[in-house]
Write a protein that binds this ligand. Structure first.
Ligand code: NAP
Ligand code: F7E
Length: 323
């Protein structure tokens, strides 16, 4: 019989890649979506006939329990969250409700409706924040630098706590930044590749940016969803860092994207103080050797391949809009 998986956040970047991956593995895929006056199914439109969508919201525990009862999942992937760091300063309480307490609600719903399901929590390198050691591993202490990072620390520890308290198969994947052409337009990689495409096609001339000196460890979302699945296929539950081990500045990302389109970034980029964050995470780089050793996980897509793919996708999308 086919395994059944429930994905919260299926309409997001990672949810769409994970749904594709699980369908390829022969799973029956269920996705939880929240009601909206306009639907947000763009990222899953190509697989919408192959997945079952169920209505639920992280704010509403009743809907979570009902979703789990309907899906009867073997595996639950909790990818839903308020995931944009700057919004967590303007909406700190909502971020805590979705990204922190939402994890408790889902774990409680799973514990009552399907306690033998395996659980994946989408933890984040933002938990390391003001880093206490470099590179960051599963044992590096957390020092979050935004309401989002603080909320993710709660989600991480409540997952560990439910594993230890109730013997659930619950894993936390501490994933470093991962991108793709499906990344939201507000995140730095996609903001840059979208602007490069618009500038190249004559639709824009300027790109306003914040801190170009911040460093991130950027990988590809398709590689990272494979790691989520691997975590739920092991003999026992555990937590894993997923990262490439390479760190680059935002400026290097900008240069790479503009170079790929044959443009000079200095002709177009303007620093906007409004985009500097109240507290910055200066430099992240992960050590994924535990995942490499125990999960046999390796990233396949390089940074340069990924940025090229994103620029090309945005160029094609904007060119289509011109005709
Ligand atoms: P994303 O594109 O922002 O997707 C977030 C998803 O959560 C969307 O499907 C959204 O639904 C859903 N959602 C938000 N609030 C909800 C609520 N109250 N109830 C139900 N669903 C809700 O994020 P992503 O990049 O795919 O990331 C997936 C997860 O990994 C997130 O938890 C994120 O914090 C975490 N993470 C991401 C990265 C990264 O680099 N991408 C790294 C580490 C951890 P709508 O479509 O309705 O808005
Ligand atoms: O910023 C700098 C900004 O918004 C990256 C989320 O998926 O990854 C993501 O969080 C860096 C920061 O991602 C702009 O200051 C400069 O240093 O792409 P970002 P993030 O904040 O690292 C983690 C792992 C998650 O878990 C989160 O959910 O880029 N930066 N100028 C800028 N960033 C943005 N967005 N826009 C700018 O104009």
């Amino acid at each position: 019989m086919a395994k059944r998986a429930l994905i919260t956040g299926i309409t997001g970047q990672d949810g769409s890649f994970l749904a594709e991956f699980l369908l390829e593995q022969g799973y029956d895929v269920y996705g939880m979506t929240r009601r909206s006056s306009t639907n947000s199914f763009d990222r899953i439109s190509h697989i919408i006939d192959k997945v079952t969508l169920l209505s639920g919201d992280l704010l509403d525990e009743h809907s979570l329990a009902s979703t789990i009862r309907q899906a009867r999942p073997d595996e639950v992937y909790n990818l839903a969250a308020q995931s944009f760091v700057p919004t967590s300063w303007s909406q700190p309480v909502l971020t805590a409700e979705f990204t922190a307490v939402g994890v408790s609600r889902l774990l409680e719903a799973m514990r009552s409706a399907k306690p033998d399901a395996r659980f994946y929590q989408a933890s984040s390198s933002e938990m390391f924040g003001k880093v206490q050691e470099t590179p960051q591993t599963e044992t590096t202490p957390f020092y979050p630098r935004s309401p989002y990072g603080v909320a993710k620390v709660y989600g991480h520890w409540i997952t560990v706590n439910y594993r230890e308290s109730y013997d659930l198969y619950a894993c936390s994947g501490i994933l470093f930044n991962h991108e793709s052409p499906r990344r939201g337009l507000e995140f730095v990689s996609r903001k840059v590749t979208d602007a490069v495409a618009r500038i190249k096609l004559g639709k824009a001339t300027e790109l306003r940016m914040g801190n170009l000196q911040a460093r991130r460890d950027w990988g590809h979302a398709a590689d990272y969803v494979r790691a989520m699945w691997l975590m739920l296929q092991q003999g026992r539950p555990d937590d894993y860092v997923i990262a490439t081990g390479k760190t680059r500045t935002v400026q290097e990302l900008v240069e790479t994207a503009f170079d790929h389109a044959g443009l000079r970034w200095r002709d177009h980029v303007v620093i906007d103080q409004e985009l500097i964050r109240p507290a910055e995470v200066d430099a992240l780089v992960g050590d994924a050797s535990k995942a490499r050793r125990l999960l046999q996980w390796e990233p396949c897509v390089s940074f340069h391949q990924m940025i090229a793919e994103m620029v090309d996708a945005d160029l094609a999308r904007h060119a289509r809009m011109l005709v």
